[in-house]
Design a protein around this ligand. Structure first.
Ligand code: ANZ
Length: 950
């Protein structure tokens, strides 16, 4: 048999698929449609990255399998081709970005085709093609006509090196995402898209789609809904009122100063007066100028030294206490969040606490801490009543050593300080001394510190009730070791132990006791949780929850909902983007370009460099800029800003359904057939912006009845990065990147595909490992040499075959590609042990391998003389009756006693077995009683844990 010549085979099949348009999607309503999508690439000059190969091969495997399962699959590709690299290259070389883009897309196309990915090439789209961006502009006009696009003068992030305005999300740690230069703030007129109007829906509808959890959480955090109160604070001796936004109106009585953002309009107004009320106007002005240069992210960074200036000569009035409080300007308050002004509560907010300490502002504690136990043991039983109890928590220090008394409970896995109720007529101190005496026998406690009240809601396990304990936290020191005997019933309930601070940190169970420990060690800081109000007038004694709205109402505030999400800055002062189709007329103001004049195409320019005033290079093209007003026909000027990169990628998946349509961005019929996208795979770096922006456009198009569903993507997964050998990020500049071309040339596309699927769990980052690709190549060579004959499959092979069909079928759907490959390797081992492989078994084996290694399997299928081609065969079905019991019962012991029996796969390894046992509810009940010190698995028989009581 001839050797496995991947070059010849791969070329042959790629040409054949190309000629027959094998993967072209046709709208076939008789089959279930299935739309699979990968993020279309930016065609960079560096060519394809092995990371692209990972994502695209994985969905290619899904696409090929689902086609074999009879689905009407659409798996398209295109180019997200506007962007800075091509433009920066043009600035350097003078070569038009169009030319560079063409070269790069040609190169990408060649590289992708050499991988045998089953894209439908007939639907290729390119965001820089006027026939495409005509519709990007058209969608912009619809947004404009629906009041979702507007122009505003706003402080923007300005990269002095790239000379470009950056969206907040393009600023990383205060620097330009692309070039790392520190970003400045500038005021500029910008086109904005009102994505905030969709904030609530973008948030809520995440519950209707199947995205990986991390992606959902990131989007939710980015949207950042926040509920709270807007409350007016009066400037003393004026009628002026300034609104603050707070999520914690329950702390209003503790607001000891007020802060305005440097951008707050009242400051500008006041400072513009010839005689400002602010006495230190100069100092304040200087501070404002300085603050405006910093990015929001820098300003709100945790742990950063707080800065600010007191506004001398003016003060504010706390509407609850009516006290005069100092007024500051400080940059930790942002101009574009909430109302740009806050009430500051040093006792209950970290940042205010830091600021107040630095500026010597008084702090007023208005909350007693309140903890609801949310973890076992002692987790509150929802819906059951609770009893109130006045109690003490007593910390007792050793007479000589740095040790404290703690109790280890016997009926429940609790570790606590001494605690008990206060009887009628007793003071807290008396009650505490009595408890100390009863529970430990010690006779000489002396009170050292009184930390006041701590409230805890928990389930009292021995007493079987929810308990709301209002406990006074008292610290005592023993004078000496005099001690009485302890009653037997007390000793039966808990054991007395002496522990150091470090030991207590691990030992204590209830949150309230841990709170006291933090107070003792000075690590508590402002109490930022919810509590019970104190020193708060009529509201004293209420819980935070109860007080929030009551206090808001009492001071005439309003309850509001806000979001962190900001409107989308849509203008870029660059060349290589879609011109924004707007015209400015002195008489009629901003006018949309009439739709029949779309696209507004990019003119040829001489220089691509943005101007120093920050205007686009288009601004210098007088002939292009000068136009007529669509309304009055008088002279007018075109908008010279272009759209951001995110525009074309916000709707490309819609265009794939109908890429050649010249009348609409896509026909209703095509959209109804293909959308929504069933499965979208892409990088984690695009979870927040790209997904959010395209979901916003989609929802808008849905509202104007142009797309059939409210969400664009039903399912979203993400691949892990491929790192260089050694674990660093692959990059051309570091010289550690691997080119797919070289690998395809040396080992073949099938080897590369299989290798990337075998690398490790799909969603995890993995390091490139050249020896492993040689291993994969050997596997394919063994497949190539497999002897086909007439040996009937043994019962064992038959079972394994059906198990493998089941596993491969299921694992592909879950993107567990590494185990797909390993199970095919196991099957091959078994097949090789037989003298030959029967035709039936061989066929199935090739079919299962075909989505991963389509060239090799197509060739072998043909060589074996089977009908048609392997890629068009219906997907093999497994026979359940041929799959033996796939689990065995395994006993689980804790400290030598049988506590549960769990079902495990006979091939489960130790780690898998132990974690399955730890996850079992029955087993858990016993494990929580102590600390695990040993765990053993005897394969297929028994798991044994040894725990030690703490
Ligand atoms: C008083 C207070 C007391 C607050 C307290 C918190 C705790 P989220 O949840 O992120 O919405 N804040 C309001 N506007 C701000 C702005 N423009 N820049 C910086 N901080 C601002 O946060 C809302 C809280 O952040 C608000 O509640 C306010 O501080 C602060 F014990 O008001 B709080």
């Amino acid at each position: 048999m001839a050797a496995y010549d991947h070059k010849k085979i791969e070329k042959k099949w790629q040409e054949r698929w190309e000629a027959s348009q094998a993967f072209r999607a046709v709208e076939d309503t008789t089959r279930e449609k299935n739309y699979l999508l990968i993020e279309f690439p930016y065609p960079s000059g560096e060519g394809l990255h092995v990371g692209h190969v990972r994502s695209w091969t994985a969905l290619d495997v899904v696409a090929r399998k689902r086609r074999a399962q009879g689905k009407n699959v659409l798996y398209p590709i295109g180019w997200d081709a506007f962007g800075l690299p091509a433009e920066n290259y043009a600035i350097k070389t003078g070569i038009h970005p169009k030319i560079v883009t063409k070269q790069n897309t040609d190169n990408f196309r060649r590289q992708i085709k050499a991988l045998g990915i089953s894209f439908d090439w007939s639907r290729e789209v390119n965001t820089t093609d006027p026939a495409y961006y005509k519709w990007t502009q058209w969608i912009f006009l619809q947004l404009y006509k629906n009041n979702l696009a507007y122009k505003a003068k706003i402080p923007v992030n300005w990269c002095p090196k790239d000379k470009i305005v950056l969206a907040n999300e393009e600023v990383i740690d205060g620097a330009c995402e692309r070039c790392g230069t520190l970003v400045e703030k500038r005021e500029k007129e910008q086109w904005m898209l009102a994505i905030t109007k969709y904030a609530q829906r973008l948030y809520d509808d995440l519950d209707t789609v199947e995205y990986i959890e991390r992606a959902k959480v990131q989007q939710k955090n980015w949207i950042g809904p926040s509920e709270g109160a807007e409350i007016d604070f009066e400037i003393a001796d004026t009628k002026k009122k300034i609104k603050i936004f707070t999520t914690r109106p329950d702390t209003l009585f503790g607001a000891t100063y007020m802060v305005l953002a440097p951008e707050h309009p009242w400051l500008a107004e006041e400072l513009a007066k010839s005689q400002p009320g602010i006495e230190n106007a100069e100092e304040v002005r200087a501070y404002i100028t300085e603050a405006k240069q910093k990015s929001d992210i820098d300003r709100s960074a945790e742990g950063k030294e707080k800065t600010g200036v007191e506004l001398k000569g003016v003060s504010a009035i706390n509407p609850a206490t009516k006290e005069n409080i100092p007024l500051f300007v400080a940059d930790y308050v942002l101009g574009n969040y909430g109302t740009g002004a806050i009430m500051a509560v040093p006792a209950h907010d970290e940042r205010d606490g830091e600021f107040a300490a630095k500026f010597h502002i008084k702090s007023k504690d208005v909350l007693e801490p309140f903890y609801t136990q949310t973890t076992e043991p002692g987790k509150v039983r929802e819906g059951e009543p609770y009893d109130h109890r006045d109690a003490i928590i007593a910390v007792v220090k050793h007479w000589k050593e740095e040790k404290y008394i703690a109790l280890r409970w016997k009926e429940v896995a609790w570790g606590t300080f001494i605690t008990g109720g206060i009887e009628k007529g007793q003071t807290a101190e008396e009650a505490a001394k009595m408890e100390i005496r009863e529970e430990t026998g010690f006779l000489t406690p002396e009170l050292v510190t009184d930390y006041g009240l701590v409230h805890g809601l928990f389930y009292h396990v021995p007493k079987k009730v929810n308990r709301f304990a209002h406990a006074r936290a008292l610290v005592f020191k023993l004078k000496d070791n005099s001690q009485d005997a302890v009653a037997a019933e007390e000793a039966a309930r808990h054991e007395v132990v002496w522990l150091t601070i470090e030991e207590l940190k691990k030992f204590l169970t209830p949150d309230t006791h841990l709170h006291i420990l933090r107070l003792m060690t000075g690590t508590q800081g402002p109490f930022t949780g919810e509590g019970i109000l104190k020193d708060s007038g009529d509201f004293t004694g209420l819980t935070s929850e109860e007080a929030k709205k009551k206090i808001t109402d009492a001071v005439g505030g309003t309850w509001v909902k806000t979001f962190k999400l900001r409107d989308w800055v849509f203008s870029r002062q660059r060349y290589w983007g879609e011109p924004i189709p707007m015209i400015y007329c002195e008489k009629d103001g901003w006018q949309p370009v009439p739709e029949d004049q779309l696209p507004v195409t990019l003119p040829e320019v001489e220089k691509y460099q943005p101007t120093d005033t920050g205007e686009s290079p288009l601004a210098a093209m007088e002939a292009w800029v000068a136009t007529t007003c669509p309304t009055c026909q008088g002279p007018a000027r075109r908008e010279t800003d272009v759209m951001p990169n995110w525009a074309g990628s916000s709707w490309y998946y819609l265009r794939y359904t109908d890429p050649a349509n010249t009348k609409e961005f896509a026909s209703q019929e095509r959209l109804t057939h293909w959308t929504p996208v069933d499965w979208y795979n892409g990088g984690m770096e695009h979870t927040v912006l790209h997904l959010l922006y395209s979901r916003f456009w989609h929802k808008f198009l849905y509202d104007i009845k142009l797309v059939p569903t409210a969400e664009p993507y039903m399912k979203r997964t993400s691949h892990g990065l491929i790192l260089a050998e050694g674990g660093e990020k692959m990059s051309k500049s570091k010289g550690n990147s691997v080119s797919p071309d070289t690998i395809v040339e040396t080992y073949g596309a099938d080897s590369l595909r299989l290798y990337e699927m075998f690398l490790g769990p799909f969603d995890q980052p993995v390091a490139w490992n050249t020896p492993a690709i040689i291993g994969v190549r050997r596997f394919l060579e063994r497949v190539w040499k497999l002897e086909v004959g007439d040996t009937p499959a043994s019962a064992a092979v038959e079972t394994l075959l059906h198990q493998t069909i089941k596993k491969v079928t299921e694992d592909i759907e879950n993107l567990k590609m590494n185990t797909v490959v390993s199970s095919l390797m196991i099957l091959l081992n078994a097949l090789e042990e037989q003298p030959s492989v029967s035709q039936d078994v061989y066929k199935i084996f090739l079919q299962l391998l075909a989505p991963l290694a389509p060239h090799l399997t197509s060739e072998l299928w043909e060589k074996a003389g089977f009908e048609s081609e392997v890629t068009v065969q219906p997907w093999p079905q497994f026979d359940a009756s041929k799959i033996l019991a796939t689990t065995v019962p395994v006993a689980v012991q804790v400290n030598g006693k049988l506590r549960a029996t769990i079902e495990l796969s006979p091939t489960a390894g130790e780690e898998e077995a132990l974690s399955a046992a730890r996850a079992d509810a029955q087993v858990q009940k016993w494990l929580v009683l102590g600390k695990e010190v040993k765990a053993v698995y005897v394969a297929g028989k028994i798991i044994s844990f040894v725990i030690r009581q703490v």
